[in-house]
Structures are given as structure tokens and as C-alpha cells.
Design a binder for this molecule. Structure first.
Ligand code: NDP
Ligand code: GDR
Length: 370
């Protein structure tokens, strides 16, 4: 019999990849989406079919992690074998501005799901995956970070996720639930949210190359992240829930890269070399040379600058994960390198903005029709 999965956060980057992954495995997929004033299903439109018109194994339901009765009803109605709790206010910088909401959705939201499983007496049937994060390590206590490294969260987001992490462990120990944390390090893709640093960079690089934008404004260029591909990471989520006992796993590539270096990699995809000069808020990225006639940028052009607006009140300087446990127990290993990711993301953003430029050059506005 086909297994049933319930995915919260199905409209996000990971939710979209996971839904496609599970459908390909023959699952019936139920996704929780939020009501929004504009349609927010762009990432899953290609796999969605209207159940009233066509056969489908994917169903969408309105819901919210701040709404307990809604979650209880959805779990009761869909009776899932597996729940993937991916929904969250996932932007670290924004969490400093909406700290209480972040705590409610990202922290208490996980408790609401766990309680719903318990109240509905589904602890023996339903397995739950909690989207934990390398942000838990924050001010890192060891390099690299593994499942035994102490946490030191550095943002309202990370503190909320720390509550979610421990309440998941607690429900596992207290009620014997199959509840697991995947401590995932940063993972990116062409459908990454536009305000996370990699996507912000690849979008800007594409537009600068096409003459649609002059400069990219960034915050801390020295932050280091262990960047993997979202496609590889949703496979790890599934493997975590298939393991014979519930455990927590670090999922990472084992390679860390500076934001500055990711910028260089992205410009390299246009054949453009960028050199960083200056320090702190005065640091700039200048064009050193161009090897591709399609994207000729003038020598010395300032294409990157620092804007302190993007600095965070407390920063996470360095993340580097050790996923040995996942490799040994789950047979999981990252496939894509950070350079593969930069290449794929720049290519995808170039494709999109070339289309937009074509429209603009021919007198059509590129804004949405509404
Ligand atoms: P996204 O921000 O792309 O997606 C988040 C999803 O959660 C969206 O579908 C969003 O809906 C939904 N959502 C937000 N708030 C609520 C709420 N209150 N109730 C219901 N749904 C809500 O995140 P990612 O896909 O990148 O990440 C998935 C999860 O993994 C998140 O929990 C994130 O914190 C965590 N994580 C991500 C990592 C990464 O590098 N990507 C690394 C480690 C952990 P909408 O589309 O309407 O905004
Ligand atoms: P992060 O991702 O905070 O690690 O959280 P993000 O891409 O936002 O930042 C990574 C690093 O880049 C620095 N940075 C900038 N960041 C953004 N967003 N915009 C900028 O202009 C900029 N300039 C420099 C940041 O300071 C930071 O050091 C992501 C999210 O997906 C979380 O939900 C997830 O839990 C973690 O990854 C693992």
C-alpha cells in the first residue's frame, strides 16, 4: 500500500523538492499551505493537479503552524505515516524583527504537531521529521560540528529551533514517538528564497551581467557556510525516517566557503574575475577581467559593496558540518559541490533574466498581471 506523507511548508524550497521526491517514490502527499493574498504555489505548480479534474497523489490544504485545531484536523483527516515539519519563518535576520512570531511558529509550532500526534493516539503509526538547523551551533563550540557538539544559538530563529529540537527529543523519550531531528546545514538551489545570500548573489550576478543592475549590496562577506544542494538534503530527510530507530542526524557536505568566495564563484560563471579590496564596510568587489564576450563588464567596475543594513545583531561566523553518522547509518552523502550549486543557480537566474530583458527591450513591462 502507498505510504502517506504530510508536509508542512510544502510551498517552500525544501517542501517543493521533497514533494516531488516522495511522489516519485509512490507516496500520497498532503501539503499544508498558508492562505496568502497572492498565489504562493509557484514552486509546486509543475507537480500539482486539481483532484477534481485529474487523478493525483498530491493534495493541498490550508493550514498554519500557529493554529492547533487546524493541525489536529489535518492529521486526523490525512492519517499520515510520515510528517515532515518543514514550515518555519526561516530567515535568520528577519527573526530579530519578528522574534515572538518566530518563537510561536518555529518553536511552539513543532510542539503543536507532536501534541496532535499524541492526542490522536497516532504515536505508533506516525513518524515525524523536524527540520532542525546548523544555526543551533551558532557561536560554535567545536569545528567541525557533529551530533555531539553543544548548541549556542545566536538569533531568535535559532533559539526557537532549539526549543523545537529538544521538544522533539523529549516526545521521543517520553512517549516513544518516532520523532527525529535532521540538523541540516545550509542548502540551496535555483528555487532558494531570493533574500538568502546565495540566491541574492546569483540573481544579482545574472542582472549585472545582462546590464540590468549595477551593483550587489551585501553584509558580512567573511561569514562561512557549509553549502549543499536542497535536492541531496531532501533525500536525507526521507532516509532519516526510514531508519530502524528514531535518531538525530547532521546533514552537511564537510566543506565551508566564505560568502566572498561564493560571490567570486558566481561571477566566474560569467567569465568575470572579481577582486576584493578594502576592509570592513569599505570593502568592495571590483572587476579584474572578463573572459566571455557575452558579459563584458568594464575593468575596475565596482560590482559589490558592503551595506551595514545587512549585518546581524549577533552573527554566526563559521559553520562546517561532519555528516559521518549519516554516511555510516543512512548511506547518505552529499553529491553536489558548492561550485556545482553556484553554476546551476547562475544558469537558472540568467535564463530567467534574459527572458525579462527580452520583454523589456521590446517594450513590455515585466511586472505581474493582476
Ligand atoms: P522556506 O522559507 O523556503 O520555506 C518555508 C515554508 O514554511 C514555506 O512553505 C512557508 O510558507 C512555510 N511557513 C512559514 N511560516 C509558516 C506558518 N506559520 N505556518 C505554516 N507554514 C509556514 O524554507 P526552506 O524550504 O529553505 O527550509 C525548510 C525548513 O528547513 C525550515 O523549517 C527551515 O527553517 C529549515 N532549514 C532550512 C535550511 C536551509 O538551508 N534551507 C537549513 C536548515 C534548516 P510560504 O510559502 O507561504 O511563505
Ligand atoms: P543563514 O542564511 O542565515 O545561514 O540561514 P543566509 O543565506 O541568510 O546568510 C548566510 C550568511 O551570509 C551573510 N550575508 C548575508 N545574508 C543575507 N541573507 N543577505 C545578505 O545581503 C548577506 N550578506 C552577507 C549572513 O550574515 C550569513 O552569515 C539559512 C536559512 O535557510 C535558515 O533557515 C537555516 O536554518 C540556515 O541557513 C542553516
Amino acid at each position: 500500500m502507498a505510504k502517506t506523507a504530510l508536509i508542512t511548508g510544502i510551498t517552500g524550497q525544501d517542501g517543493a523538492y521533497l514533494a516531488e521526491y516522495l511522489l516519485n517514490k509512490g507516496y500520497i502527499v498532503h501539503g499544508v499551505k498558508r492562505r496568502s493574498s497572492l498565489i504562493n504555489t509557484g514552486r509546486i505548480d509543475h507537480i500539482y493537479k486539481d483532484p477534481l479534474l485529474e487523478h493525483t497523489n498530491m493534495y493541498l490544504h490550508h493550514g498554519d503552524l500557529t493554529d492547533s485545531p487546524n493541525l489536529i484536523r489535518l492529521i486526523e483527516e490525512t492519517n499520515p505515516d510520515e510528517i515532515y515539519n518543514l514550515a518555519a519563518m526561516s530567515h535568520v535576520h528577519v527573526s530579530f524583527e519578528i522574534a515572538e512570531y518566530t518563537g510561536n511558529a518555529d518553536g511552539l509550532g513543532t510542539l503543536r504537531l507532536l501534541e496532535a500526534i499524541r492526542l490522536l493516539k497516532k504515536t505508533d503509526k506516525t513518524r515525524i521529521y523536524q527540520a532542525s538547523t546548523s544555526e543551533l551551533y551558532g557561536k560554535v563550540q567545536a569545528i567541525p560540528q557533529n551530533e555531539n557538539t553543544p548548541f549556542y544559538p545566536r538569533s531568535p530563529y535559532a533559539v526557537a529551533k532549539m526549543y523545537a529540537y529538544w521538544i522533539t527529543v523529549n516526545y521521543r523519550e517520553a512517549y516513544g514517538m518516532f520523532a527525529c531531528n535532521g540538523i541540516l546545514f545550509n542548502h540551496e538551489s535555483p528555487i532558494r528564497g531570493e533574500t538568502f545570500v546565495t540566491r541574492k548573489i546569483t540573481r544579482a550576478v545574472a542582472q549585472i551581467g545582462l546590464g540590468m543592475q549595477s551593483k550587489l549590496m551585501l553584509g558580512n562577506l567573511s561569514a562561512k557556510r557549509d553549502w549543499g544542494h536542497a535536492k541531496d538534503y531532501v533525500d536525507a530527510m526521507w532516509r532519516i525516517l526510514q531508519y530502524h530507530e528514531p535518531q538525530d542526524f547532521v546533514i552537511a557536505t564537510g566543506v565551508t566557503t566564505e560568502v566572498r568566495e561564493f560571490v567570486r564563484m558566481a561571477f566566474n560563471e560569467l567569465g568575470v574575475e572579481v577582486e576584493f579590496v578594502g576592509e570592513g564596510v569599505n570593502e568592495k568587489g571590483l572587476v579584474k577581467c572578463c573572459n566571455n564576450s557575452e558579459y563584458q563588464l568594464p575593468y575596475g567596475a565596482e560590482v559589490v559593496a558592503v551595506d551595514p543594513f545587512y549585518f546581524r545583531p549577533t552573527e554566526v561566523d563559521l559553520l562546517l558540518g561532519d555528516a559521518t553518522k549519516a554516511e555510516l547509518l543512512l548511506g547518505w552523502k552529499a553529491v553536489h559541490t558548492v561550485r556545482d550549486i553556484a553554476k546551476e543557480m547562475v544558469a537558472s537566474d540568467l535564463h530567467y533574466f534574459k527572458g525579462q530583458k527580452l520583454l523589456l527591450d521590446n517594450g513590455y513591462k515585466t511586472q505581474k498581471y493582476w
